[in-house]
Structures are given as structure tokens and as C-alpha cells.
Write a protein that binds this ligand. Structure first.
Ligand SMILES: *Cc1c(COP(=O)(O)O)cnc(C)c1O
Length: 400
């Protein structure tokens, strides 16, 4: 737990960069030692041989509700989205458009925009940004479903953030996947704010592809390795475009160094390079904790903490007339750990006050404070302290 002047901070930004797992430094040291002792031999003789290092992350599949063969760890999030678009964005004469949520995360938008350009398509004409009744709250599942029904004849892809980064809204991914299937439109997800936060069943929902980062709720450390899901039904489809590299080639004959690509019949065939070991160590340590506690318990507790915070803030708004609107839905079905708090007045002054008093939160224009109390290291007592600080702040204001 990070601290300031020897006092523990209240860390509510696990949705941005999760905290370090206790065993992580030891695991780094193990790899450094094996490298120092063995050099190249470490590929096959290290404690966890590097040639198959990426296959030691079985619990990742449980975290996103996938079969083991559907998940692979490689590269980083935005890079992975580009590789997945190469496979799953296949515009035809009639179907050229991509549906996204209102105001997607900028990196996602840039992926969509540049992939369209790459295929010789005009982004302005081919990006459909879904409607939103309240632009601050963003699109709802209903908005997305309506857009799919309206535009299905021209849609080549539906691509969403499973949990919207700004509002904390959790889409009903199962319903949207079903609608996409009915019209035969590929459906892809960015799960940066969903993986390790909310319950996911990617295989069962028949999502076509997904990608996520491991440094937010998954606590793998800054820039940690990215995760990728590709539904089993696509694994043997040789007509899919794929940008390939030697780590996607079947292991048995990989080192014969021949020029005929023989893909591994799983998500692993999307891998290009040998695994970035030093960038995976943090996730290895973290997934052990996830496995021990259980993803079910974690996602349940994430919701419970945000419900607790929701109720405390509701009470405060009612009793003290505080200018706060919670952008995240009240219904726990559409909410994970994160609440986005919109202060119509005094937002930035309050944010600075909270920061001075040991709260680590996140500020977004034009008055939104995002907080994410997470199951693995936050408590209800910390939530009480946070709510008390808001109350004290506005009490002082009204006295002036
Ligand atoms: C955090 C986040 C990213 C970051 O992408 P990187 O490639 O890991 O830098 C992208 N998209 C969304 C929705 C995010 O929340």
C-alpha cells in the first residue's frame, strides 16, 4: 500500500494501476537468477522454462470465463487490438462500418480510425458512435442494441469497452453478443476495465474476440503483458487474416526454421514473438492471488464495496444537499468496483482536498472523480473515511 509521510494512503485507483503483489519481487529475482546462471539454457532449463512461460497462466482463462485454449498473453493492449482487427474486421462492399459506444477510450477510437484508413475507408463515414441520453453517463446496452438493429446491414464489426472507463457502466455483453450473432456481425471487446473487476463468460457468450491489459484490476505492474481471447470457433479458420510470427508456429517444428507456417490450433497462433518474460512475472504472482481467493469472490466483493459506497453517498446527498450526481448505474448488474462521481460545483477543489488528505483517486474533466475500491486491498473502513472527508469538505464550504 503506497504511503505518504509514513502514513498509508487510501488507494482507490486500482482501475488505473493495481498495486504490487507481495511475491512479485521474488519472482523477478528468480528470473534474473536463472538468466545470470544459465544464459540461453534458461529457455528450456529455467525453473519456469521461458519457451513455454506463457502457458503458465491457466487462471487467466477462468478470470475471463474462457477455455484455456482461447486465451493467450502477448504484447500490450492497443497493439493486440490492431492484430485482432486484422483478423475480425473484414469489410465487404456493403458492410464497412464499425459500431462503437459513445466516447470510447481514445486509444480504442484511434484503433478503429486507423484500421479503417488502413482498409482504404473514410473514418468519418464508417464509424457509428452510439447514442447516449446523457453524454456523461455514456451509452447503455439498450442504445447499443438499437444501433445494431438500425444499422445491421452496413455493420462489419461491433467493438465496445465491456466496462466504460469514464462512467464505470458495465454493458450486458451477453445480450449484445446475441444480437450480433443474429445478424452475423463479429463482436469484439476491450476489457481493460472489466478483467479482474466483473464476472465474464466470454466463451459461453460467444464473444468473437477480446483484449485487455493486466496492470489495472489484475495488478501485474506498469505496462504488464496484454491478454487476448479468441473464441474457439475461429481457431481452425484458415481464411482469417492474421499477422504472424514464429511463436504462432507449432512448437514441435518451430526450431527447424522452415518457411512454411504451421499454426498452433489455439489462440496461441496469434502470438508473434517469444514471450516477454520480465513483463509477465508480475501477472504470474498476481494470478496466484486471484486463484487463491477465487474470481467469483473477488467480483462479488468488488460490487459489494461499490454498493456500500453508493449507499453512503446517497445518504450524504439526501441529508446534506451535496451537489453530487453518481454517473455509474445504481443497479449492481451494470456496475463493478468503480463509481464515477460528478460534482456539479467545486469538483476540482474537492479533489485537491481529498488528495491532501491521503485519498488516491482520479480526476476527469469536467468534474468527475473516479474511485474504485477493490476487493483485494480496500476496506469498508476506508470508504467510511472517504465519505467523511466529502462531508467535512462541504460542511466547511457552507459555513463560509
Ligand atoms: C487502459 C486502457 C487502454 C490502455 O491501452 P494500452 O495499450 O495498455 O496503453 C486502452 N483502452 C481502454 C478502454 C483502457 O481502459
Amino acid at each position: 500500500m503506497p504511503s505518504q509521510n509514513n502514513k498509508s494512503l487510501i488507494y482507490f485507483t486500482g482501475n488505473s494501476l493495481g498495486l504490487q503483489v507481495k511475491k512479485t519481487p521474488k519472482y523477478f529475482k528468480d528470473e534474473l537468477d536463472d538468466w545470470a546462471k544459465m544464459g540461453v539454457e534458461g529457455h528450456f532449463k529455467a525453473k519456469t522454462p521461458w519457451v513455454s512461460y506463457h502457458t503458465n497462466f491457466d487462471y487467466m482463462a477462468s478470470v475471463v470465463g474462457a477455455k484455456k485454449t482461447e486465451v493467450v498473453l502477448m504484447n500490450t493492449l492497443t497493439a493486440n487490438l490492431h492484430f485482432l482487427f486484422v483478423s475480425f474486421f473484414n469489410p465487404t462492399k456493403k458492410k464497412t462500418k464499425i459500431l462503437v459506444e459513445k466516447k470510447p477510450f481514445p486509444s480504442d477510437y484511434f484503433v478503429v480510425e486507423s484500421q479503417l484508413k488502413f482498409r482504404g475507408l473514410e473514418p468519418k463515414k464508417n464509424i457509428i458512435e452510439s447514442k447516449a441520453k446523457d453524454p456523461l453517463c455514456g451509452s447503455t446496452t439498450q442504445d447499443i442494441l438499437e444501433a445494431i438493429h438500425k444499422h445491421h446491414k452496413e455493420l462489419a464489426l461491433v467493438f465496445l469497452g465491456g466496462v466504460n472507463y469514464y462512467s464505470g457502466y458495465v454493458f450486458d455483453m451477453q445480450k449484445i453478443a446475441k444480437a450480433c450473432r443474429e445478424y452475423n456481425i463479429p463482436f469484439g471487446l476491450d476489457l481493460a476495465h472489466a478483467a479482474g473487476n466483473v464476472s465474464l463468460k466470454l466463451h459461453k457468450w460467444e464473444v468473437d474476440f477480446a483484449a485487455w491489459c493486466s496492470y489495472k484490476y489484475l495488478n501485474a505492474g506498469p505496462g504488464g503483458v496484454g491478454g487476448v481471447f479468441i473464441h474457439k470457433k475461429h481457431h481452425k479458420n484458415t481464411t482469417l487474416n492474421k499477422f504472424t510470427g514464429w511463436w504462432g508456429h507449432t512448437l514441435k517444428s518451430r526450431f527447424e526454421m522452415k518457411q512454411r507456417f504451421d499454426p498452433i490450433p489455439t489462440a496461441e497462433s496469434w502470438q508473434l514473438s517469444n514471450a516477454p518474460i520480465m513483463n509477465m512475472v508480475g501477472l504470474k504472482a498476481s494470478l496466484e492471488v486471484f486463484k487463491k481467493v477465487g474470481i467469483k469472490n473477488i467480483t462479488k466483493q468488488n460490487k459489494e464495496l461499490s454498493t456500500y459506497l453508493y449507499q453512503a453517498l446517497d445518504k450524504l446527498v439526501k441529508e446534506k444537499n451535496i451537489p453530487l450526481k453518481i454517473l455509474t448505474p445504481r443497479s449492481s448488474k451494470n456496475r463493478g468496483a468503480q463509481l464515477s462521481l460528478y460534482f456539479k460545483k467545486q469538483g476540482k477543489v474537492l479533489f485537491d482536498y481529498l488528495e491532501k488528505n491521503g485519498i488516491v483517486a482520479d480526476w476527469r474533466h469536467p468534474g468527475v472523480i473516479r474511485v474504485a475500491p477493490v476487493a483485494l486491498y480496500n476496506t469498508k473502513t476506508e470508504i467510511d473515511s472517504f465519505v467523511k472527508l466529502i462531508e467535512v469538505f462541504f460542511n466547511h464550504k457552507s459555513k463560509r
